[in-house]
Design a protein around this ligand. Structure first.
Ligand code: ADP
Length: 266
C-alpha cells in the first residue's frame, strides 16, 4: 500500500488530492490566494484530514500548476501539462487529446496510450478562451457559475457575440441585457464564443480522439456542448463522481506514485 499526494496551485483555484494505491481518498478544491505556500499547506491539511491519514503516511508529494514552485513541502514539482495528461488518462483510458480550460489559460494536450505527454499548445495571453471570460462577464449580472449550464440548455437561439476580447464582449452583453434579450440566449452565445476560441487552440495539436476536457470550466456542460459543435467531434464525459477540475492534482499524485516506484526499483 502506498499513499501519495498531488497539490495543484492554479491561477484561480487550488486543488489537493490524496491517493492510496489507485483510489482517491481525499480531494479538496479552494480559491487560490496571494500567498500560494499558505494556500497549498491549507488545502493539503484539509485533504489529509478527509483521507484520515497523517502527514507522515504520505510518502511522496508532487506540486503542480501555475504556483507549483510555492509548495515547499512537495518532494518535487512537475508542469501541469504533464499532470493533466496523466490525470485525464486515469479517469478515461482511451483519451489522447485533453483540452484543459482553466481560470486564466487554456491548453490542448496530446498524450500516448499511457497518458504520457506527446505535444501541447497553450493560450495564456488572453482571457477570451478561459474561465475568466465567463466570470468577468457574469460578475455584474447576478448569475452564478453554477447557473450557466442550466441557462445554456433552456430554449432560445443563441445570440451572436462578435467581440473576441472579453472587455468588449462584456459591453456587448450589457447592451443585449438592456435590449431585453433573454438570458439563456446570451449565455449560449457566450459559450459558443468561448468554445470558438478554445476550438482554434485545440485544432493546433491535431485533435486525436478520444478527446476530453479538464479544468474548472469542464464542469459547465454548456461549454462542452458548444465545443462539440465547434469541433464536430464527440467529447468523452468524465465518469460519474469524477471531477474534471481535479485532473491536474490527480495526475500529480499518479506521477508521485511513479517516482516512488522508480526509487524502489533502484
Ligand atoms: P486554474 O487551475 O487555472 O486555477 P481551474 O481548472 O481550477 O483553473 O478552473 C478554475 C475556473 O473554473 C474558474 O475560472 C471558474 O470560472 C471555473 N469554474 C469552476 N466551477 C465552475 C462551474 N461549476 N461552472 C463553470 N465554471 C466553473
Amino acid at each position: 500500500m502506498v499513499i501519495v499526494a498531488g497539490v495543484d496551485i492554479g491561477s484561480t483555484a487550488s486543488k489537493a488530492v490524496i491517493m492510496r494505491d489507485n483510489d482517491i481518498i481525499g480531494e479538496v478544491i479552494g480559491p487560490s490566494s496571494t500567498n500560494p505556500a499558505k494556500t497549498a499547506r491549507n488545502i493539503f491539511e484539509q485533504a489529509i484530514a478527509q483521507a484520515h491519514v497523517a502527514e507522515g503516511d504520505v510518502k511522496y508529494i508532487v506540486g503542480t500548476g501555475y504556483g507549483r514552485a510555492h509548495v515547499p513541502f512537495a518532494n518535487e514539482n512537475i508542469s501541469e501539462i504533464s499532470c493533466h495528461g496523466r490525470g485525464a488518462h486515469f479517469f478515461l483510458n482511451s483519451v489522447r487529446t485533453i483540452i484543459d480550460i482553466g481560470g486564466q489559460d487554456t491548453k490542448a494536450i496530446c498524450v500516448d496510450d499511457r497518458g504520457h505527454l506527446l505535444d501541447f499548445a497553450m493560450n495564456d495571453k488572453c482571457a477570451a478562451g478561459t474561465g475568466r471570460f465567463l466570470e468577468a462577464i457574469i460578475r455584474n449580472m447576478d448569475i452564478k457559475l453554477d447557473d450557466l449550464e442550466k441557462l445554456h440548455f433552456q430554449n432560445g437561439d443563441p445570440c451572436t457575440i462578435s467581440s473576441m476580447c472579453s472587455v468588449f464582449a462584456e459591453s456587448e452583453v450589457i447592451n443585449l441585457v438592456n435590449e431585453g434579450v433573454e438570458l439563456p440566449r446570451i449565455i449560449k452565445g457566450l459559450h459558443i464564443s468561448l468554445a470558438g476560441r478554445v476550438a482554434t487552440l485545440a485544432k493546433r495539436t491535431g485533435l486525436i480522439e478520444d478527446i476530453a476536457v479538464t479544468g474548472g470550466v469542464a464542469k459547465n456542460r454548456g461549454v462542452i456542448d458548444a465545443l462539440e459543435q465547434k469541433l464536430g467531434v464527440k467529447i468523452k464525459r468524465f465518469p460519474e463522481g469524477a471531477d474534471p477540475q481535479l485532473a491536474g492534482a490527480v495526475g500529480a499524485a499518479i506521477l508521485a506514485k511513479d517516482k516512488l516506484a522508480a526509487t524502489a526499483g533502484k
